[in-house]
Ligand binder design. Structure first.
Ligand code: CA
Length: 229
């Protein structure tokens, strides 16, 4: 499993401990030591998950969660909050404000890695290694293979990530901007028409086994992965 995880923690030793263990678990970690710094990083590239300390200098962790949840682009980013206080009220406010899970310091790195995995599986299946199959099309992130009715399909890295995202978020329309965020992790420096180029390549690769029809164009909206017409 390899997810891009933004760690927001102002205490250097804890930031290091968290980052080290998440990297050891195969994740790509970016770090911020304030909510303001984290906002700039999220604006530049959407992470698969945020691990956020509650007590930060300047803007608080909880205000950062509210900011994240208020914007359509960032509202679905999975988030785990960390706190030094075990009070029940803190836990409730954290979950109410939009955290997906909650850990009280001190916690074991193993516990954190397990929670990260559980939240990703629930909230961001495209960031996990679970194989997925739809209508005879099988995508296995662990072996980086795609099979159409048992026949290997060769995809470029971008097409592979795009198909993975579409298959794990089927039956929903995704705009080009959303696909840029989710597949490229960056919506600033890539033009939206780039999405169309890669969709075309993906469909072409899927044509050989007749799976190209699974990717629907939704006029003036974007793309949808669907078994239905
Ligand atoms: Ca802190």
């Amino acid at each position: 499993m390899s997810a891009s995880i933004l760690v927001v923690e102002d205490e250097p030793a804890i930031q290091e401990l968290i980052s080290y263990n998440l990297e050891l678990a195969g994740h790509q970690v970016r770090r911020a030591d304030s909510a303001e710094g984290a906002m700039a990083m999220v604006r530049a590239a959407l992470p698969d998950m945020v691990v956020l300390d509650w007590m930060l200098p300047g803007m608080s962790g909880i205000d950062f969660v509210r900011w994240l949840r208020a914007d359509r682009r960032t509202q679905a980013v999975p988030l785990i909050m960390l706190t030094a206080r075990a009070e029940e009220q803190d836990k409730l406010s954290g979950l109410e404000s939009g955290a997906d899970d909650y850990l009280t310091k001190p916690f074991s790195p193993r516990e954190l890695v397990a929670r990260v995995k559980a939240v990703l599986r629930r909230r961001a299946p495209q960031a996990t290694d679970d194989a997925i199959e739809v209508a005879g099309l099988l995508l296995d992130p662990a072996s980086h293979r795609v099979l159409g009715n048992g026949t290997p399909i060769t995809l470029g890295p971008t097409e592979f990530r795009m198909l993975h995202f579409l298959m794990t978020h089927a039956e929903r329309v995704h705009t080009r901007a959303q696909l840029l965020d989710q597949v490229w992790g960056d919506h600033v420096f890539v033009e939206e028409r780039t999405v169309d180029v890669h969709i075309r390549r993906l469909r072409k690769a899927l044509q050989h086994t007749g799976h190209d029809h699974l990717i629907k164009t939704v006029r003036s909206a974007g793309y949808r992965f669907s078994e239905n017409a």
